[in-house]
Ligand binder design. Sequence first.
Ligand code: PGA
Length: 256
Amino acid sequence: MDRRKLIAGNWKMNGSRDANTSLVHEIMLDARKYPKVDVLICPPLVYLDSVGRQIEGSPVQLGAQNLADQQKAGAFTGEVLGSMLRDIGCSAVIVGHSERRSLYGESDAVVARKFQCAQNSGLIPVLCIGETLQERESGATEAVVARQLDAVLVSSGAAVFKNAVIAYEPVWAIGTGRTATPEQAQAVHQFIRGRLAVQDAKIAKSTRILYGGSMKADNAGELLACPDIDGGLIGGASLKANEFLAICAAAQAQSE
Ligand code: PGA
């Protein structure tokens, strides 16, 4: 089963015009060195348009970090529709990142709606799921990721994963420097794929499941070598061109 590796940079709330211009410039210098890898960058909303112009014509794709859980334009101050993101050149959008869930109160139901809105606009949702440290230590990891996945599976069915990506991001590994071991990550990725397979074996085989949580140049190779890890959602390390490109190179090496 050919699942092209995907390396996605989640810039979170970082950047400035100047910093973005040089970061993107450096990424673009190397972007054609990874023909077997899909590369996606997700800058903050206000910079999507300018970064989009800078990467135009390159293999690097543009993604957003969030969207409204609304299908139509209207009186929703501060919100942004999926179709607007499409309009300025986004091909994907992160949905249900743990920071959105924990800091901005996004419930499983809201995340499921955003997932649907993204797809209805022609965007690829990157659905983030993952357990907290407390949940892991109490043995609830599988129950938590199952619940978060089922919120989409039950409302939209398995077929929607034909045009979606899942990112397993253990909350305790995000921004902490504490990465899941390849064994820990692979076990959860396998569980997620198995849960999809119960609904639709073919979809399960073709769905890309990224790992996220302190993935860096020096641990990307061993994580990306795991059979069910199809790429990475990279936070901190996506802000440094050399780190991000080294992760792309590790993904390319695994794809040869
Ligand atoms: P990190 O973030 O790589 O800085 O841990 C990953 C993420 O939150 O997507």
